[in-house]
Design a protein around this ligand. Sequence first.
Ligand SMILES: NCc1[nH]cc(CCC(=O)O)c1CC(=O)O
Length: 316
Amino acid sequence: MRSLPLRVGTRGSPLALWQTRCFLEMVLHFCPVLRNAGAFEEHVIQTSGDAIQDRRLADVGGKGLFAKEIHEALLDGRIDFAVHSLKDLETEMPPGVVLACTLKREDSRDVLIPGPGMGALDPADPIGSIPAGARLGTASLRRQAQILHSRPDLAVGMIRGNVQTRLRKLAEGEADATLLALAGLRRMDLSPPGMVILDPEAMVPAAGQGIIGVTVREEDTELHELLGGIEDREARAVSRAERALLASLDGSCRTPIGGHARLLPDGRLHLTGLVARPDGSFLLKRSLHGAVADAEAIGAELGDSLRADSPADIFG
Ligand SMILES: NCc1[nH]cc(CCC(=O)O)c1CC(=O)O
């Protein structure tokens, strides 16, 4: 057995810390031998994404801004593994870093949250029931494009920061409504008043949304084995499809892209993909299904088909 403690890297946001502790509890559950005090050491790593609070990440121009420094710490041997929100983890990681396990998915849907000045939303048609001309606060081009596609009358402004910061800004009137991932709210036991869950076909979630992913050094077979025990096979299957779709679209961070897979009652995998223009003036959504064993091929095929039928400027 290697020397303890095992050093786990994480971002410092409340959600990231919650996810890291939840993951460590799972490891202890499956691996009681590690249950002595001090088996793990938490290393909070500030990432480029955390440092940028005033601009859209898309304008800073880089994928993987929430993970770069964490990958570096892993490759330098300063940490042994790292816990990520899979949706913030780029599909092509640096050589030597691998995704060793994906945990059981929390709810993958987005929610629409009205601010204090907005009346109740209609749960049967939440997006349609937003008052005309309302200001929506989001930094996500994927969410912005999908809302503007059906509601071009709305104004979109940016709200950034961690989940708590965004909710505070909403309460202070910086926007009339906002959109967040239900997974983050559930994990932190938050349920903002008036929030309505959006159907994933109406607001296609981001690839990997609601899934926690753990990275390790490729050569670290011991940790690979340990983490294999808590891998969730369904989460792995859907994330393989969603991430293959993302990789095959190879959009820039300025391309709104959605990807959402689920297992059908008959065991096959169903994948919905979406590409759009940020202003919602173009939006293409398609689905494909097939065998779980073909998850990656399904993602790649759907990505190719969406790309083939999108105007050139989408991927320019
Ligand atoms: N982009 C930030 C981020 N990364 C992961 C989550 C939520 C948790 C998850 O999707 O697993 C969030 C917040 C949000 O989008 O509301």
